[in-house]
Design a protein around this ligand. Structure first.
Ligand code: SF4
Length: 381
């Protein structure tokens, strides 16, 4: 079970009083599910036994109440002014064998994207240095692969990149497709902070989006990552044509994992011409805010990342997302292959909203030994 920082809980008593006085002002308002569950989260800390109905009732709460209570939980679990800046680099682009319907990197769709081999060490390190200079504290490397099995040379190269970037004092994340247990251990040994593997959507809607690998295979990779002692980064995409209940289903799966993901990216589809989802209607800001605030209430300690699609949202719209509980963004010109927000506009936004970059956090990973990793894996069965 995760534990919210002690200092946060010391402040919880005061907040409970505030919430009670809010709730007891019955002539003006009734308690929404967001209020009830946010109060419980503040009182009891993270839980992994959420029912789907509970999450649905939070998600469907009146929007302003949802934002208010997402903000309350956020302020208890985090320094609400700090926003993590991550840079995502595509180190191997396109030519992917998978059929993810939203993805221009799939070789099954004609999107005009030029496939590129794994980038050289010099090019990757140069990009990491640039990201660090621009204020990023986490550097994420993405490779368009189904998995890393049978790619020993490339995988060993990536281990080198991880070591080098971690040595620069940055958190390092990878997203390389499905992993085997041993590979997760090797990434951990190299100093990897987090591994991203999104569930994308609910288990029920998933076969409409991807047919070349199963939901359970994805969960298995998350298990290997967790067992190796690497932080799990896992979230999803909205705007794929799913229903509200699928968004709830995605959050339910994430919030009932044995440990909540350390990071939960919430992406709005960026519809790319040539993909099967090219004509999807853009996601509205209110849909993003509902997802962010609900994720914040049900996974209070997670870094909730306002991810793909941010480029379409104005500064006031993004401000509402931060208020509702988002505390992480991707910075840099591109998100893998799609455009991202302008660097100067992000700097200005941080200044205007009084946000500060979150410093890197390495937890106690320096104390971790290979033996501890392997012990964790073997005891997981
Ligand atoms: S999302 Fe990843 S696995 Fe799916 S097609 Fe794109 S690059 Fe391949």
């Amino acid at each position: 079970m995760l534990v919210i920082r002690t200092t946060a809980f010391r402040r919880a008593a005061g907040m409970r009083l505030l919430l009670r006085s809010h709730c007891s002002s019955a002539p003006f308002s009734e308690s929404s599910a967001a209020a009830v569950h946010a109060e419980r989260t503040i009182r009891e800390g993270p839980r992994n036994d959420w029912s789907r109905n509970e999450i649905e009732s939070i998600h469907d709460s009146p929007i302003l109440d949802l934002v208010f209570h997402g903000a309350q939980v956020h302020r208890h679990a985090h320094n609400f002014r700090q926003v993590q800046q991550c840079t995502l680099l595509s180190i191997k682009t396109g030519g992917c064998s998978e059929d993810c319907s939203y993805c221009p990197q799939s070789s099954r769709y004609t999107t005009g994207l030029k496939a590129q081999k794994l980038m050289t060490k010099d090019a990757v390190i140069e990009a990491a240095e640039k990201a660090k200079e621009a204020g990023s504290t986490r550097f994420c490397m993405g490779a368009a692969w189904r998995d890393t099995i049978g790619r020993k040379t490339n995988f060993n190269q990536i281990l080198e990149y991880v070591k080098e970037i971690r040595g620069m004092g940055m958190e390092v994340c990878c997203t390389l497709g499905m992993l085997e247990q041993q590979q997760a251990i090797e990434l951990k040994k190299a100093g990897l902070t987090a591994y991203n593997h999104n569930l994308d959507t609910s288990r029920e809607y998933y076969p409409n989006i991807i047919t070349t690998r199963s939901y359970d295979e994805r969960l298995k990779t998350l298990q290997f990552v967790r067992d190796a002692g690497i932080n799990v980064c896992s979230g999803g995409i909205i705007g794929l044509g799913e229903a509200a209940e699928d968004r709830v289903g995605l959050l339910h799966t994430l919030a009932t994992l044995p440990t909540h993901p350390e990071s939960v990216p919430i992406n709005a589809l960026v519809a790319v011409k040539g993909t099967p989802l090219q004509d999807q209607k853009p996601v509205e800001i209110w849909e993003m805010i509902r997802m962010i605030a609900t994720a914040r209430i049900v996974m209070p300690q997670a870094m909730v990342r306002l991810s793909a699609g941010r480029v379409r949202f104005s500064m006031p719209e993004q401000a509402l997302c931060f208020l509702a509980g988002a505390n992480s963004i991707f910075t840099g010109e591109k998100l893998l292959t799609t455009p991202n927000n302008d660097f100067d506009a992000d700097q200005l936004m941080f200044k205007l909203l009084g946000l500060t970059p979150k410093p890197p956090s390495f937890g106690d990973e320096a104390n971790d030994t290979l033996e501890q990793c392997e012990e964790a894996v073997s005891s997981s069965g």
